[in-house]
Design a protein around this ligand. Structure first.
Ligand SMILES: Cc1cc2nc3c(=O)[nH]c(=O)nc-3n(C[C@H](O)[C@H](O)[C@H](O)COP(=O)(O)OP(=O)(O)OC[C@H]3O[C@@H](n4cnc5c(N)ncnc54)[C@H](O)[C@@H]3O)c2cc1C
Length: 499
């Protein structure tokens, strides 16, 4: 039986990033992926939010996405656009890039990290014991792993086989989403009517002066809300034609679909993200309406939270209990995503009272404080892991400052490229000795004279030192003293090694 330290079920965006994070930590990891190749039928997610770009910047690969995508201010809530150009980040925008391109770029990165992907086969079941998991595959083979990570999407077999509950809410609306050819030129743009929200665009587009400009001709991307919640069966061209006629009075001679699928506002979240040696991440752990474009992004954030923790547990640097912080930190974040998508769906309703409420919310969102708070949540920049009372940086993302070190000036994010933790000392040079953790934690003496500013929070007191995890979150803040540093190093990066 082939063995790997970690087996990942599903090589979508979440599984690819978990694999890359483990490979960066030199953990033996393999992906099992149902699809024969990385090609994706249909468009699905339309891009990346700010914090996701920061995460890729932390790994030195953000330019691969930026060079192919379209930068724009498109973060939005229930029709209100939330401009984040004033946010203190190097990426104060969203990136328009279809999921098929995002996955191709991610798969290229995973390929460079030499992660084996067993393609064209499925995980069909597993059995876990004290020391590991036997993972059964559809080709009759089995793999043995210390841990199994279910990144196998909303219908996750891993979640179901683990018996993990998936409580939540049944759908109230459904939409057909398709890529098709049309004999006639359709009405492009968004339409809001008594049935709901609809949109027709082109797969190929550019953003000029903040406006979407579609290429003439070419494949059309349709999103049409159905009058009643559709069945769970796969939709047909006839279903799409009927739905278009109901809304637009014509189906524009729709033909030659390359994809037709149905999505709903079904909203559910796994009761636990871990059952002993089995973990869940991405859509396997949470599903919700696509409003706000948060699904793929939340999965990527799950992946970078889990990756380094699982690596440390597999390498015996940290106890298994470190994995419990994955659920503790990520479950509340996705619960907020579920909440804001349910709110957005409710505000999409077409009756006059809901319209009045939507307009009222939109008005509130023109005010700075509400705009910043909600935009920080939707873009991931406001993520705050509850690590107790203290400096506002505690549990928040480390800003990508330009600092001066003995090796010259550099961006903080470059220190995270290899997914290793870092203690940044802004105080007296040589003021720290972390020799017992030197095999795991980088110590950098740095100078920074600028202001410390956090998205939606504003300016905060300059710390004298910060301990930053591989995922970029601050777990200890120095304030002229080193109180608590040893505990933080042990909690997050394992026991000190005797000299
Ligand atoms: C119509 C639509 C529009 C969307 N729009 C947006 C958007 O605008 N913005 C956004 O952020 N998100 C959007 N999403 C959500 C986004 O596509 C998902 O959140 C994202 O793909 C989740 O990534 P994942 O890797 O967790 O799961 P998936 O992308 O579902 O990947 C799961 C992978 O596991 C494989 N798999 C499944 N079962 C098995 C098995 N048993 N064994 C082996 N492999 C298996 C699948 O082939 C797949 O590759 C949209 C989704 C849909 C359907």
């Amino acid at each position: 039986m082939a063995e790997h330290a970690v087996v990942i079920a599903g090589g979508g965006p979440t599984g690819l990033v978990v694999a890359a994070e483990l490979a960066l930590a030199r953990v033996d990891v393999a992906i099992i992926e149902r699809r024969a190749n990385q090609d994706l039928v249909g468009s699905r997610a339309g891009g990346l939010h700010s914090r996701t770009m920061e995460v890729f910047d932390q790994r030195g690969i953000v330019d691969r996405f930026l060079s192919e995508g379209q930068v724009a201010q498109v973060a939005g809530f229930a029709g209100a656009r939330l401009d984040i150009s004033d946010f203190p980040t190097r990426h104060p925008y969203s990136l328009g890039l279809w999921q098929k391109h995002i996955e191709r770029i991610m798969a290229g990165w995973v390929g460079e990290l030499a992660v084996p992907i067993y393609r064209g086969r499925e995980v069909t079941g597993f059995a876990q014991d004290e020391t590991g998991v036997d993972v059964q595959l559809s080709d009759g083979q089995s793999l043995r792993a210390e841990y199994l990570v279910g990144c196998d999407g909303g219908r996750s077999l891993v979640r179901k086989a683990a018996g993990i509950e998936f409580p939540g809410w049944d759908p109230t609306v459904s939409s057909l989403i398709a890529e098709v050819e049309m004999a006639e030129e359709p009405e492009l743009g968004i339409r809001h009517d008594a049935i709901g929200l609809h949109g027709i665009g082109k797969v190929e587009y550019e953003i000029r002066d903040g406006e979407v400009v579609y290429k003439a001709g070419g494949t059309v991307r349709v999103m049409v809300t159905e009058q009643h919640v559709g069945p769970t069966s796969e939709p047909t061209l006839r279903d799409l034609s009927d739905a278009l006629i109901l809304v637009y009075g014509t189906d524009y001679g729709v033909h030659s679909p390359t994809s037709i699928s149905r999505f709903t506002d079904m909203t559910r979240q796994a009761a636990t993200y871990r059952d002993r040696r089995v973990l869940l991440a991405g859509d396997a752990a949470h599903v919700h309406a696509p409003d706000g474009g948060q699904g793929l992004n939340t999965g990527v954030q799950d992946a970078v939270n889990l990756g380094w923790k699982l690596a440390q547990v597999v390498k015996r640097t940290s106890p298994e209990s470190l994995l419990d912080t994955y659920h503790a930190e990520r479950h509340p974040v996705a619960a907020r995503v579920l909440r804001n998508t349910m709110a957005a769906v409710a505000l999409r309703r077409t009756d006059e009272r809901t319209k009045a409420l939507r307009d009222t919310v939109a008005e509130l969102l023109t005010m700075d404080e509400p705009r910043k708070r909600l935009a920080a949540e939707l873009t991931g920049l406001g993520i705050h892991y509850d690590l107790g009372e203290g400096h506002p940086l505690l549990g928040r993302r480390m800003p990508d400052l330009d600092v001066i070190t003995t090796n010259g000036s550099l961006r903080v994010f470059t220190l995270l490229h290899n997914a290793r933790p870092v203690l940044l000392n802004f105080g007296e040079t040589g003021g720290f000795d972390i020799t017992p953790w030197a095999d795991r934690v980088q110590l950098i003496d740095a100078k920074y004279d600028g202001t410390w500013e956090l998205p939606a929070i504003g300016t905060v007191t300059a710390p004298t030192a910060v301990l930053v995890r591989p995922d970029g979150y601050v777990v200890w803040v120095g304030d002229r003293t080193q109180v608590g540093l040893g505990d933080a190093l042990t909690t997050w990066f394992g026991l000190p090694v005797a000299a």
